[in-house]
Design a protein around this ligand. Structure first.
Ligand SMILES: [Fe+2]
Length: 240
């Protein structure tokens, strides 16, 4: 069985489209959240997510990311706090909630924070940050003990996460495997290429995985973001 795990799309419709071209024949797609905030086209991104949901039915599994929760429960106070902490994100959030279709905001509001699945006996947990916290960072070069602490409440063999936008993986002493799948829409590693995880599971539940990168036109994304024309949007564009 061939599964693609995608995460952190952040309204980057071009990146999502390129990744979806690569995974069109996969048996299942798992999506680990952060769909709308701070990109250039939340509605086309969500149109594509809804098409996946309709095409794959139970083979499309999706959870909520921390910024989906921000978008869904946005208040003036949250916008102000976000502007103070990270200006371009705050100004984007303010505009994102105005331009995104209400049904899409309602959809991300109602997504579950995690999902547990069993495939051919393999127990898999899907989370955005870590099993204990939707906003916790599992990034490269953590000590194994720290990662073990973060995932200790999980009973899964394989824990799949996103949130940091940097792909990495851990094989823990307790036998668990933890994989951060990276980001489709705003990758933060060196080459900043849209990234997803290809996961192969055999009939006995044995698995193999590989991070896959998809080349695309970053300059075009920057130009799209600049057309949003909110305050500090050039800082967001420079992140690509
Ligand atoms: Fe994210």
């Amino acid at each position: 069985m061939k599964i693609a795990v995608i995460s952190d799309i952040h309204a980057n419709y071009l990146a999502l489209s390129k990744v979806l071209e690569n995974i069109s024949t996969f048996d299942k797609i798992f999506c680990l959240g952060d769909l709308i905030l701070a990109g250039y086209d939340p509605n086309s991104t969500m149109d594509a997510i809804f098409k996946l949901k309709d095409r794959l039915k139970d083979d499309f599994v999706i959870i909520q990311g921390n910024t989906d929760k921000m978008v869904a429960n946005c208040t003036d106070e949250l916008i102000q706090k976000t502007k103070e902490a990270f200006a371009c994100m705050g100004y984007s959030l303010e505009q994102d909630i105005k331009i995104t279709k209400p049904e899409y905001i309602e959809y991300v509001r109602n997504l579950p924070e995690k999902r547990n699945l069993v495939i051919n006996g393999l127990k898999i947990e899907l989370v955005h940050g870590s099993p204990r916290n939707q906003s916790e960072n599992i990034y490269p070069s953590l000590e194994n003990d720290k990662v073990e602490e973060m995932v200790k409440e999980s009973s899964a063999d394989l824990i799949l996460c996103g949130h940091t936008h940097i792909p990495c993986g851990y094989s823990l002493n307790n036998g668990k495997i933890v994989v951060n799948v990276g980001s489709v829409g705003r990758p933060m590693d060196e080459d900043k290429m849209p990234t997803y995880l290809e996961l192969l599971i055999d009939d006995e539940g044995k698995f193999l995985f590989e991070h896959k990168k998809v080349p695309y036109d970053k300059e075009l994304v920057k130009r799209h973001i600049l057309t949003r024309n909110f305050k500090h949007c050039e800082d967001l564009a420079n992140m690509f």
